[in-house]
Ligand binder design. Structure first.
Ligand SMILES: NC(=O)c1ccc[n+]([C@@H]2O[C@H](COP(=O)([O-])OP(=O)(O)OC[C@H]3O[C@@H](n4cnc5c(N)ncnc54)[C@H](O)[C@@H]3O)[C@@H](O)[C@H]2O)c1
Length: 323
């Protein structure tokens, strides 16, 4: 079997927790080299995943390794220059969410990728959670979506991402914003209430939106809540699903209700695994990226699509009721 040759930049938390373990399991993937600035992380990660060569300069790594694609796994304020370099070298690129600190940056990356014929993917893993994919299929079978709700709450009122490089909505609650686009499609209108409590910064984002289909979407994101809660609701004629896929601690479940009765599906059953990386969509998103590379197909969460999610987050901040 021909292997996809990957070069990796960044040996941080997400790389080690979910992405490299997923890729290392795939028989059609070769992790040829790793670049990381911190010696200890570089050595430990290379050893753990049997990566043969390491670098501290990604430019040297790209020149020497000539990989098929590059994973760039680091916070958004460190991404831009590196991703631009990879795209100019005509490499396909995978990054975590968010794709950039501003929508303008995300759009520029999308334009550069398109000009250079690169396949790109942003790790909006919620779209790849097996439980949510299963519920979405059941909803499509039942009928046309008329209402989607995505909620994401945390008990971190004063959360400050990367010393203030980016706000809560664009950095983290963006998962729920992107999920709504995945559930309902293109958004044509949005109105919001944005608030703050227990913090000088905005930490509550409530929005209603209209999809191009005419269906409604609701975002509920509150960082001054009681715990991490991240849930999804689909409504269609004679169909409602409440899904809580769980989180790092344990897998959750979905309940689908129809006039004939209720059906419960567990996140672990849908994924065939109780491993976080599997039931929470990380393995599946990496598998999908590799398959897209092999088929020469642009991933659905490519940079231009991710820029639309960033733009929707902008619209949520701008289109506030009564302003
Ligand atoms: N999808 C999710 O559910 C989810 C969850 C948490 C975090 N994230 C996202 O993952 C991204 C990465 O977060 P993280 O916590 O893994 O980051 P991290 O800070 O732990 O890791 C980044 C690594 O990149 C290295 N690095 C920085 N610049 C470099 C350079 N020029 N060359 C080589 N190495 C360099 C750093 O030394 C560090 O080890 C963030 O954007 C975050 O928003 C996503």
């Amino acid at each position: 079997m021909e292997k996809v040759k990957l070069a990796l930049i960044g040996a941080g938390a997400m790389a080690n927790a979910v992405h490299y373990p997923s890729l290392a399991e795939m028989p059609d993937v070769h992790l040829c080299a790793l670049c990381e600035l911190i010696d200890e992380k570089r050595q430990q990660t290379a050893q753990r995943f049997a990566i043969p060569r390491t670098y501290s300069d990604y430019r040297e790594m790209l020149a020497k390794e000539d990989p098929d694609a590059v994973y760039v796994l680091m916070p958004p304020h460190h991404l831009f220059d590196i991703v631009v370099y990879c795209l100019k070298a005509r490499k396909h690129v995978f990054i975590e969410k968010p794709p950039a600190v501003t929508t303008f940056q995300a759009e520029e990356l999308a334009r550069l990728a398109e000009r250079n014929g690169c396949l790109t993917m942003v790790g909006f893993n919620r779209r790849f959670i097996p439980l949510l994919q299963r519920v979405r299929e059941e909803q499509a079978k039942a009928g046309e979506l008329n209402l989607a709700v995505a909620a994401f709450h945390k008990a971190q009122p004063e959360a400050l991402y990367y010393d203030g490089a980016i706000d809560v909505l664009h950095c983290d609650a963006i998962h729920a914003v992107d999920a709504l686009r995945w559930m309902g499609g293109d958004v044509v209108a949005v109105a919001s209430h944005v608030g703050s409590s227990s913090s000088a910064r905005q930490n509550r984002f409530v929005a209603v939106m209209e999809f191009a289909s005419g269906a409604s979407g609701v975002l509920l994101a509150n960082w001054d809540s009681g715990a991490r809660v991240h849930t999804f609701e689909w409504h269609a004629p004679g169909f409602v699903a409440y899904a809580d896929p769980g989180g790092p601690d344990a897998p959750g479940q979905a309940v689908i209700r129809r006039p004939a009765g209720a059906q419960t599906i567990s996140a672990a059953e849908a994924a065939g695994s109780t491993e976080f990386a599997k039931f929470y969509g990380f393995y599946a998103e990496n598998r999908y990226f590799i398959d897209c590379l092999k088929r020469g197909q642009q991933p659905e969460t490519c940079f231009s699509d991710a820029a639309k999610t960033m733009a929707l987050a902008d619209a949520i901040l701008c289109n506030r009721i009564g302003r």
